[in-house]
Ligand binder design. Structure first.
Ligand SMILES: O=C(O)CCC(=O)C(=O)O
Ligand SMILES: [Fe+2]
Length: 407
């Protein structure tokens, strides 16, 4: 097959590939044909299920950040952001400048797409080697449990990475609206990263330059109603591999829950607010000071829910590791190693979502574990030695010895 130039004049095979997901049944269609059916593949084990006993009443304590104050350099608001990123890893943003009309139009565009007949939506089907398009993500084995949702993933920035074949042409204004909304979200992301830069001891532009070229991806999540919301997840517990995620959620249907201590806190919609969370990149750069919090989505019996997750990420070849100023120059305090962002992202996409397990890729050996094996704390008895003595013929001997010990 020859190379094709797309609408952005990019050779399609110059667009990096981040991974793929196995094709699975369309959930929206499954519910349409039999609303009471919940196949075994979606039913979680009793230890894993959404459990009402662990639901926290602290929803109203999730911090609300006023972006207009933040942009005007208000110190109290900056301190509030510091607290939010440290203690919650999640916050809602108000006065962000994205108009109510735009939020509404964005939701209508997605409603219009998901209402299309399956055959039409399938024109945007993810190809087997891609995570862009209409389908599912993080399905890596035939055995794993599945999420009660369908998704549409689009790479927005850099523009040359877009694949127009995945952009719905119905509703007719889908592209214009999603582009306009995403540009606004990009602006909010830059503003928030400027504030985070100040908190991490940099100039306002520090984080953005650290990203080299911001990559922004959009995942539109569609969660159909489910007759057994107590047994399934709309989205399995996970943390995001982004720097920041900016989420537009349904203002009437609650579904998102975030981990706080040992409980799960529902993120109750604040009208016209955007929900923002710290992603793994900021957790790694800040050496764990700012937390990329595990979150999950639960379903309900009555109403479908749509959310728009915009992921703000660094360029593929950016090295991410704890910034020196976050450990006061103490190398030994670093809990993460330096990794190439593209490698981090790819290693996480290869895995099934299992909370924060994927961040291990960037973890240095656990301090406590290494203490456990500190030789000074072990009284060992040498039980054997294997030695090899080599002579170079001039009487100079070299020895190699391997000893084994028993405590
Ligand atoms: O639907 C939501 O509220 C959250 C979605 C999410 O966590 C994600 O897309 O990464
Ligand atoms: Fe997420």
């Amino acid at each position: 097959m020859g190379l094709t130039l797309d609408d952005n004049n990019t050779l399609e095979n110059e667009i990096p590939s981040w991974g793929s997901s196995l094709p699975v049944q369309n959930v929206q269609e499954m519910v349409k044909s039999d609303p009471s059916n919940v196949p075994e593949k979606y039913i979680r084990s009793s230890e894993e299920r959404p459990d009402d006993a662990n639901i926290s009443p602290l929803s109203s304590q999730i911090p609300v950040i006023d972006m207009s104050l933040l942009s005007n350099g208000n110190k109290d608001e900056l301190n509030k952001l510091d607290f939010a990123c440290k203690e919650w890893g999640f916050f809602q943003v108000i006065n962000h400048g994205v108009t109510e009309e735009m939020l509404q139009k964005t939701k209508e565009a997605a409603d219009g797409f998901f209402e299309l007949p399956l055959e039409e939506k399938n024109e945007y089907d993810m190809s087997p080697d891609d995570i862009q398009g209409y389908g599912h993500a993080y399905v890596v084995s035939e055995e794993q449990k599945l999420d009660w949702s369908d998704i549409l993933v689009l790479l927005i920035y850099p523009e040359r990475f877009r694949k127009p074949k995945f952009w719905p042409t119905t509703p007719a204004n889908f592209k214009t609206i999603i582009e306009a909304y995403s540009a606004e979200v990009g602006r909010v992301g830059v503003e928030l990263l400027a504030a985070v830069s100040l908190l991490m001891g940099m100039e306002r532009g520090g984080m953005i330059s650290h990203h080299k070229e911001v990559m922004q991806a959009l995942r539109v999540n569609y969660y159909p109603p489910c007759s057994r919301p107590d047994q399934v997840f709309g989205f399995s517990p996970h943390s995001d591999t982004s720097s920041l995620t900016i989420l537009l959620q349904d203002f009437h249907v609650t579904g998102l829950q975030i981990r706080h201590a040992t409980n799960w806190v529902p993120v109750k919609p604040v009208p016209n607010a955007l929900v923002v969370n710290v992603g793994d990149v900021i957790e790694i750069l800040s050496n764990g000071k700012y937390k990329s919090i595990e979150h999950r989505v639960v379903t309900n019996v009555i109403k479908a829910r749509i959310s728009f997750a915009s992921f703000i990420c660094p360029a593929d070849d950016v090295e991410i590791g704890p910034l020196d100023q976050m450990v006061d120059g103490h190398e030994d305090l670093k809990i993460y190693r330096k990794v190439r962002y593209g490698d981090y992202l790819r290693s996480s996409i290869k895995r099934q979502h299992q909370g924060k397990a994927h961040i291990e890729f960037a973890k240095l050996e656990d301090e406590n574990e290494s203490e456990l094996f500190d030789s000074s704390s072990i009284e060992a008895i040498r039980v054997g030695t294997l030695g090899i003595i080599l002579s170079d013929g001039r009487g100079i001997l070299q020895g190699i010895g391997i000893s084994w010990f028993h405590k």
